[in-house]
Design a protein around this ligand. Structure first.
Ligand code: AHR
Length: 492
């Protein structure tokens, strides 16, 4: 099979904002406890933060991390997680029917974020709580001092305000499973009033209103429209969440980004419909603050264990290719998607796996994320792609190759996937608009066994391969994309 791709720096979509390469740490399963935080572990620092996980987080290039949930936040009392650890209450975490000791809380997370070099994205509880608790948390975090709450932060060891700039107004409030689930009108009004009060405390904060939990929710579209009609002035972003699973139909799974593209386009259309209806000039941005592959639903409620093993999916080569393709979809929409968080960071649905007392290692999905975070810089470029199509049961016939490019002072980088299960594709890059290109480096992640994965016993089983591709000035560049592969081509 063959395909052609025309590259031109003039085909600009928008700037690649660093917040596209975000992640998510929820009090769920072993993401926090024995994931990023494990006092007594040989690699833990004096604060109990695992340095091996911190190093991998930095290597991955994570820019922003959403915290503390997820469904967890809808029953969370943030005050439980501040002050002397020995005085913090143990609580039932109703979302995951686990035991929450509160040994890890706000200050521990902010110390972790500082060491990981990431921006915090804080969620407030709009499930069981409301306006007052949200502004209390914001005042505690961001007010310099001289009030009961800001002085409490100082007493708890943090003199300078944290200055947290990005805040989620609740989580998945459209989902019937959510604690404190609301109708669109109930939530829209609450988001409006909470957002209004939060911006009175600190006008610099950026706020994310909850959109749909996925694009297949029965209320999708009408939820966003109603919510935004209420809180258009207060919200800066509307959220999207999507997880894609394998159910034995590999071609459809490999085409998951088709669904993500349609979901994003639907939310943009809805937000802009409200903009027109309300005669607004501001455009609402998108925060894709939960996305990933996820197919092992191993949640067993009712045990009230602390940090139970939950959804610790072992990701393979096909999963990595889908993750790469989802990153391509986000980059293709760089003009409107301003924040994106892969869910989650450690252990459950995660690029980083750990064992209690044991090692930390990179899952296959670590690699495409790290490549995109490292090399997608400057402007995102639309590419003109002519590729054969493959038939899928879920999405009909789809182009076998999907791709995007980015352009900065260092050159142009192409990100491409081959979604064909059996055949490689010879991709011809038309470089007529890039006469200065002299060298090309190519990174590929593929394997004859698409089910191959990295494990504790064999953590380097699936590793990307790097090579040089010969460039002849003025001629097109030919790159072979193996079946089920993630490819990065760096042109300088
Ligand atoms: O990321 C896991 C869970 O998935 C989150 O808690 C929730 O928001 C979503 O449904």
């Amino acid at each position: 099979k063959t395909a052609t791709l025309i590259l031109d720096p003039a085909f600009r979509v928008g700037p690649v904002r660093p917040r596209l390469f975000g992640s998510f740490v929820e009090h769920m399963g072993r993401c926090v406890y024995t994931g990023i935080y494990e006092p007594g572990h040989p690699r833990a620092d004096a604060d109990g933060l695992r340095e091996d996980v911190l190093a991998l987080t930095r290597e991955m290039g994570v820019s922003v991390v959403r915290y503390p949930g997820g469904n967890f936040v809808s029953g969370y009392r943030w005050e439980d997680g501040v002050g002397p650890v020995e005085e913090r209450p143990a609580r039932l975490d109703l979302a995951w029917q686990s035991l929450e000791t509160n040994a890890f809380g706000l200050h521990e997370f902010m110390t972790w974020a500082d060491r990981a070099g990431v921006e915090p994205m804080m969620a407030v509880n709009l499930g069981t709580r409301g306006v007052q608790e949200a502004v209390d948390l914001l005042e505690y975090c961001n007010h310099p001092g001289g009030t009961a709450l800001s002085d409490r932060r100082v007493k708890n060891g943090r003199t300078e305000p944290y200055g947290i700039g990005l805040w989620c107004l609740g989580n998945e409030m459209d989902g019937p499973w959510q604690i404190g689930h609301k109708t669109a009108t109930e939530y829209g009004r609450l988001a409006q009033e909470t957002g209004k009060a939060m911006k009175l405390v600190d006008p610099s904060v950026e706020l994310v209103a909850c959109g749909s939990s996925n694009g297949h929710m029965p209320t999708f579209g009408s939820w966003e429209a109603t919510v935004l009609e209420h809180c258009y002035d207060e919200a800066d972003y509307v959220s999207l969440h999507a997880y894609y699973g394998q159910d034995g139909d590999l071609p459809s799974f490999l085409a998951s980004a088709v669904d993500m593209d349609a979901f994003i386009d639907g939310v943009i259309a809805t937000a802009d419909h409200v903009r027109a209806k309300l005669h607004k000039s501001k455009r609402i941005q998108l925060s894709f603050d939960e996305w990933n592959v996820w197919y092992t639903d191993s949640f067993e409620g009712g045990t009230w264990e602390q940090a139970p093993r939950m959804s610790e999916d072992l990701f393979n080569v096909a999963d990595a290719v889908v993750v790469g393709n989802l990153l391509i979809s986000l980059l293709k929409h760089a003009d409107r998607v301003g924040v994106a968080c892969q869910a989650q960071l450690a252990n459950l649905l995660a690029p980083i796996r750990t064992e209690p007392g044991g090692p930390a290692w990179r899952q296959t999905i670590f690699h495409p994320f790290a490549h995109a975070a490292a090399y997608a810089k400057g402007d995102a470029l639309r590419v003109v792609l002519d590729a054969p199509r493959v038939e899928t049961a879920k999405y009909g016939d789809v182009p076998v190759v999907d791709a995007v490019a980015t352009h900065d002072d260092d050159g142009v980088t192409v990100f491409a996937v081959n979604r064909d299960v059996e055949e490689s594709v010879g991709l011809t890059l038309d470089l007529r608009a890039l006469p200065g290109v002299r060298s090309a480096e190519r990174i590929v992640l593929s394997d004859a066994d698409t089910g191959a994965a990295n494990t504790e016993a064999e953590p380097g089983r699936v590793t990307p391969q790097r090579s040089e591709v010969p460039v002849r000035a003025g001629e097109p560049l030919l790159v072979e994309l193996p079946p089920v592969s993630w490819n990065v081509i760096r042109l300088t």
